[in-house]
Design a protein around this ligand. Structure first.
Ligand code: SAH
Length: 353
């Protein structure tokens, strides 16, 4: 069966041509997809025979809302979507002055194993398809009635571990007849897969690359992020420098502040030294408390920020949105799974009510 929404307009045109259909049919279908059509019957400007043919050969993805939580504090909306195979993923809609941003997932679970992150606790189940990524933007917009102007790939999963799909997704959301979201309105966050950063650089995209650094020294970073045991801070920073040289885009370094682990003065000093000579900026993130984790939020965010700024580093501190609705990544999926399934009884996410 053909996954129509994972196809670019060019691929759709080629497919319709192969079927002996005129090119404008591909355009009509593309528009229906981005209006959120969930069945071919809705595509009323297509001849009935064509609709039947599509029904036979193709399918349309449409996630169902498994849970929806709206923050009373700031209007942040968190969706837990149920996909067609019963797996669940999360999307968050955040409202900022400069427009609405959706934070989307790229995998069901994650295999990176970061010690502070709820998304990785059950490992990776599977990659998402381009359509399942597009659907998060599309159906968040349709369900909430809020237009989306920015996308951040900071939900569940590691984007550079599902790179071809992510690249396709970027092409799709860019389409003027579809979501029409420009690259400069998109951020992609990675745990720091150096080789993949090099590959991404070759595409010279205008998006913002965020690198989850979280520690400037190998000992701490390897403890927090298993990926560092093979890459290492030095190799990662070298890839970041190459990325900047190739794309001309400044990198944003994410740094979740963890009590007594990565928040000491010497680490601020070392971080400032690492960033010397590479334009970039540091985004300090107050750690979200994950129940299963012994790591706790730092109490030294302001002091750490001042020390970095003392060395001329540009620093922002992330404002916390949706704190009352488990808005940070992976937490709602975990909770829903745990509540319904007990911890480990092997039942599937499809059983989440
Ligand atoms: N896999 C990608 C994107 C998903 S995570 C990455 O690692 O960047 C998005 C961001 O949230 C990352 O910077 C991640 O390290 C951070 N994060 C994960 N769990 C967190 C927590 N409990 N508190 C604060 N930030 C967290």
């Amino acid at each position: 069966m053909i996954d129509l929404k994972s196809m670019t307009p060019e691929e759709l045109a080629a497919w319709f041509r192969e079927q002996g259909e005129p090119a404008f049919r591909a355009k009509q279908v593309f528009q229906w997809l981005y209006r959120g059509a969930v069945s071919f019957d809705e595509m009323t400007d297509l001849p009935k025979v064509l609709r039947q043919k599509l029904e036979e050969h193709c399918f349309l993805t449409a996630p169902q809302v498994a849970r929806k939580q709206v923050s009373a504090q700031d209007g942040t909306i968190k969706y837990l979507w149920r996909l067609s195979d019963g797996n669940c993923i999360e999307t968050v809609l955040m409202r900022y002055k400069h427009g609405n941003t959706v934070c989307i997932s790229c995998q069901v679970g994650c295999r990176m194993g970061c010690a502070f992150c709820a998304s990785t606790l059950g490992g990776k189940v599977r990659d998402l398809t381009p359509a399942e990524m597009v659907d998060q933007v599309l159906f968040t917009q349709l369900d909430s009635g809020e237009p989306v102007s920015n996308i951040v790939l900071m939900g569940i999963g590691e984007p550079l571990d599902n790179m071809d799909t992510v690249l396709k997704f970027l092409t799709l959301v860019n389409q003027p007849n579809g979501l029409n979201i420009g690259m400069r309105h998109i951020s992609l966050s990675t745990c720091g897969l150096a080789d993949q950063i090099d590959k991404l650089a070759q595409h010279r995209l205008q998006l913002t690359l965020s690198v989850s650094l979280h520690a400037p020294d190998d000992e701490t970073r390897s403890r927090l992020m298993p990926v560092n045991r093979s890459v290492g801070v030095e190799k990662l920073m070298a890839a970041c420098r190459r990325y900047f040289q190739t794309t001309g885009r400044r990198i944003s370094y994410e740094y979740a502040m963890i009590d007594g682990v990565n928040d000491s003065d010497w680490q601020a000093e070392l971080l400032a030294r690492l960033l010397k000579g590479t334009p970039g900026h540091v985004n300090l993130i107050p750690l979200n408390d994950v129940e299963e984790s012994p790591l706790k939020p730092s109490r030294r965010v302001a002091a750490f920020q001042r020390r970095l700024e003392g060395h001329g580093v540009t620093v922002t501190v992330r404002r916390k949105l949706g704190g009352d609705i488990d808005a940070s990544c992976g937490q709602l999926r975990r909770k829903a799974m745990a509540q319904t399934l007990g911890r480990n009884d092997g039942r599937k996410e499809a059983d989440i009510p």
